[in-house]
Design a protein around this ligand. Sequence first.
Ligand SMILES: NC(=O)c1ccc[n+]([C@@H]2O[C@H](COP(=O)([O-])OP(=O)(O)OC[C@H]3O[C@@H](n4cnc5c(N)ncnc54)[C@H](OP(=O)(O)O)[C@@H]3O)[C@@H](O)[C@H]2O)c1
Length: 322
Amino acid sequence: MKTALYRRYGGPEVLELGELPRPAPSTDEVLVKVEATSINPIDWKRGSGKLRLLMPAFLPLVPGYDVSGTVVEAGGRASEFPPGTKVHARISDSRGGASAEFALVSLDVLTRMPDGMSFADAAALPLAGMTALQGLRDTLGLPLKNATQRVLVVGASGGVGHFAVQLAASTGAHVIGVCSARNVELVRSLGAKEVVDYAKADALTGLAPVDLVFDCVSGDASPYLPLIKAGGRYASPVITPGLLARQVLNPLAKVKELMVMLKPTAADLGVLDRLWKSGQLKVVIDSTFPLTRIAEAWAKSIGGRAVGKIVVEVAQSQPSST
Ligand SMILES: NC(=O)c1ccc[n+]([C@@H]2O[C@H](COP(=O)([O-])OP(=O)(O)OC[C@H]3O[C@@H](n4cnc5c(N)ncnc54)[C@H](OP(=O)(O)O)[C@@H]3O)[C@@H](O)[C@H]2O)c1
């Protein structure tokens, strides 16, 4: 099968197009003909080699955690997903990622695509959407019991952040988005009641106290701690040694500082799919690249200014092979 892969660690320049054998599903897996994948920072962070001790990879590695496509072969226990079923998932890439003609997906993370959802949206939603959902619900405890909860979302226009704004707003929270001036209208349209331009020197001055901060940019709570009410929480999916240390060493602090680590599940993707179906969650797509230009898609993500998600169309990039 045709695939993108890297044989050594580095930047986008290490990505190449190649051929690998088409994998076969085990009993608890399906083989998906991939329509689309999307870029997440973990793709290029892992590709850089800096995470090799935490996430060892067997090279060559096919990148891409998010997948949408059609089942072509179902393992023995996957009868619920017969060939022809349109599915999406945040996959484990232990046996290869989604930047390839075919990808293996295990049943514990596999969900049928809702009717009417495009393959692009279906590939953009899983990893970033579930991180926002689990960060807000499981780490920050949304919805809170009081009705006047104020939630600050930092990085409100990014892949995780634009889902977080919508998910927090859907609980009835008063959402304050932090983004740059060019994204203010978008973030407002996603449900933020207030929007703060981070480029302004006094950006946070004058904001009323908040209950929760969900920081998709830095993993450093210090600029936000003066704003957070006693008993409030700060959470970030940007894992830094400092955040890890404060989570472990400071469990009794007035404001808890917590890490968000995604645990992909079919159930949580189903929650997002239902919100999408009911019109409470939309997917913002920054740009779309064919698989042949995946290095450009990585470079765009590394630039750190994507608005929503960067999608890679896999199926349209090449004629199919076996
Ligand atoms: N721990 C986990 O399980 C997990 C899961 C998912 C993601 N993550 C991590 O979470 C982070 C966010 O991921 P992502 O996919 O959302 O990244 P992303 O889409 O690349 O984020 C880009 C966005 O960040 C915004 N931004 C940059 N600097 C900012 C600042 N100072 N203040 C506010 N916004 C700023 C940009 O807005 P402007 O263009 O307006 O600057 C852009 O919209 C990454 O570090 C990723 O690795 C971790």
